[in-house]
Design a protein around this ligand. Structure first.
Ligand SMILES: [Zn+2]
Length: 610
């Protein structure tokens, strides 16, 4: 039986589980082919299936019903790519990379919970269809939207614990706070170490590669990357795969700095990202989870981005002018910054989103290259395009009818590109700042629980503010400006539907609240439709962008709290509520979408003909 969750290498008959594929002709159906995919054999749901109740052997069981409901919140969508036309060497490379991606999926699952791989086997052998599907999507037995302990793919319903394996079981709250002050503080707060107690009960940091839980699989990943390197056609990719393989095996709490430079310098047809990066899912957001992306470069869009890249320094300078020289002196950006647009062939581990999809990333988050202002931005074109139909369908229901014509998926890609650019301007997490009390600190330390939210807010609002900058430079005309603002609003409304315990829904709630206050957007309570007042948008966006950038650069915790508190009630324990009209508008909008059966896609990946 094929492995659940994992992108399995297996011989299957074409057509099995890919009934929707348009690439197969009848003559090909019997041909045996090697296929990489995220298992299991879940049929991609067709729109006509929606609303049709699937039966299971345990109908009537409330747990099964809950799982069905959770599964039905998003539309399962498979992105299929055929390797048929690739040269032999590239196929060879891809095979090794896909095997590495499967191992990364395992590593990430082990990080989420050490028993995850056992549970996976158990569910694979005796689970119901919906249990398999939930486990596949969430890479663990627990539901994400429904916090009830009942909403679990395992009958024994283990307590929901994510990422605890990085910390001792008896770790105290106070100990988290004083980690960096310990003698071995630098090692303890490394995103790439597991923290343990030694025999004297002192905290010690063990590099991921040296742990029994992760080390052996990291070695296997390194082996696959080296094998992929031997068939890599571009020397820059070969160099990166080899240096990243070495880093994965290194006995060092910060092993990735050198290979980060190699990653940023990768050129050629393929874009490969692999390693531990984001810390969002970890308790106290300190330890990085493994992820991998394999993308094929979209040359046309990458070329279009070159013009923007030539102006990155001017944009950084513009942020300096926006907040004023007394608050920020613009940095000198490194001209080696890389920007690429790709089609994602495979995402695994933390890179595979359970709901919606990441449409771009800006990495690394930390390290030597970042301190030097050097990083890479990757736009995921096929991920963005997967939302095109959804965005239009939503606009039909909630946007002023005369403005629906301005909704456009390409404009979304451009907006997201500027969001990613904006991450590189102004403040960043580890930047040294003076807080209002005159204390030397970092942005992250000063803003505490608001740090990530404000960083995303800066990227979104400053990114949108740059639209005025582009207009001034004659890169966009009035109509394109309206298209971009409208797409930004639809993006806001799209993200607003996700549970508020995520960073992005709160990020857009603040924006929508601000634009409503400024009268740049209005909401008609009777029709439930939003109207944009384009002439008021530039000033509204500018005032919010200035405010957010200033809060970050002055490490002003109180101002951060006030801004967020204007629109969002924090009820503790990751429970949030929107205020006033925002809450009403969100409810009306979500009811409309639910009634119309409009769902965001949840993506899986499949590579055929290898
Ligand atoms: Zn972002």
């Amino acid at each position: 039986m094929k492995r659940l969750v994992i992108i399995a290498l297996s011989l299957t008959v074409w057509g099995c589980g890919t009934a929707d594929s348009t690439e197969a002709t009848d003559g090909e159906r019997d041909k045996k082919k090697l296929e990489f995919r995220i298992s299991p054999d879940i049929q991609e749901e067709k729109p006509d299936d929606e609303g049709e109740k699937k039966t299971d052997e345990k109908v009537g069981d409330s747990r099964q019903t809950m799982l069905e409901k959770e599964w039905g919140l998003y539309k399962d969508k498979v992105l299929t790519h055929s390797a048929a036309d690739l040269p032999r060497k590239e196929k060879e490379m891809l095979r090794h990379l896909l095997t590495a991606a499967a191992l990364i999926e395992d590593l990430h699952m082990l990080q989420l919970h050490p028993k995850n791989l056992e549970w996976e086997k158990q569910i694979n052998t005796s689970g119901t269809e919906v249990e398999k599907k939930i486990f596949t999507r969430f890479q663990s037995p627990w539901c994400a939207d429904n916090e009830s302990p009942e909403c679990c793919a395992l009958e024994e319903k283990p307590e929901k614990q994510i990422g605890r394996m990085h910390w001792p079981n008896d770790m105290r709250e106070q100990e988290y706070k004083t980690l960096s002050k310990q003698i071995n503080g630098k090692e303890l707060i490394s995103p790439f170490t597991v923290v343990r107690r030694d025999k004297d009960s002192k905290l010690e940091a063990v590099p991921y590669s040296q742990t029994d839980a992760l080390g052996p699989k990291m070695k296997e990943v390194a082996k696959e990357l080296r094998a992929a390197a031997s068939s890599a056609t571009h020397k820059s990719l070969k160099k990166f795969l080899l240096s990243r393989a070495d880093a994965l095996e290194a006995d060092d709490p910060y092993p990735y700095d050198d290979s980060d430079y190699d990653w940023i310098a990768v050129e050629g047809d393929w874009e490969v990202t692999v390693g531990p990066y984001e810390t969002y899912k970890n308790p106290h957001q300190l330890k990085a989870l493994f992820e991998m992306y394999i993308g094929r470069v979209d040359k046309k869009i990458t070329d279009e981005l070159v013009m923007f890249k030539a102006n990155l320094q001017a944009m950084e300078n513009a942020l300096g002018e926006l907040v004023g020289p007394e608050i920020y002196k613009s940095r000198k950006l490194d001209p080696r910054i890389s920007i690429r647009a790709v089609d994602i062939w495979m995402a695994s581990g933390d890179g595979r989103r359970d709901r919606g999809a990441t449409v771009a990333f800006h990495l690394p988050n930390r390290g030597k290259s970042v301190d030097e202002g050097l990083y890479k931005k990757v736009m995921m074109v096929n991920h963005s395009m997967a939302f095109e139909g959804v965005s239009k369908a939503r606009a039909d229901l909630v946007l002023d009818e005369s403005q629906i014509k301005y909704v456009n998926a390409k404009a979304d890609i451009t907006n997201v590109t500027f969001h990613e650019f904006a991450h590189g301007f102004g403040a960043y997490h580890e930047m040294k700042v003076k807080n209002p009390k005159g204390k030397e600190t970092t942005v992250k330390e000063a803003l505490k629980e608001y740090d990530t939210l404000l960083e995303e807010e800066k990227a979104d609002t400053f990114g949108l503010w740059l639209l005025s900058f582009q207009k001034k430079n004659g890169w966009v005309d009035e109509e394109q400006e309206m298209v971009r603002y409208t797409s930004a609003l639809m993006h806001i409304l799209g993200l607003l539907q996700y549970p508020l315990n995520g960073v992005y829904p709160r990020m857009v709630a603040i924006q929508l609240g601000w634009y409503l206050d400024a009268g740049a957007v209005t909401w008609d309570e009777k029709t439930g439709r939003f109207t944009m007042h384009y002439e008021k948008m530039p000033a509204a966006v500018e005032s919010l962008a200035r405010k957010v950038a200033t809060i970050q650069l002055t490490g002003d915790y109180d101002q951060a709290k006030e801004l967020v508190g204007k629109y969002i009630v924090d009820k503790g324990e990751k429970d949030y509520e929107l205020k006033g009209v925002l809450a009403r508008a969100r409810k009306v909008m979500m009811d409309k979408f639910e009634k119309a059966g409009i769902k965001s896609p949840s993506l899986r990946y499949e590579v055929t003909d290898l």
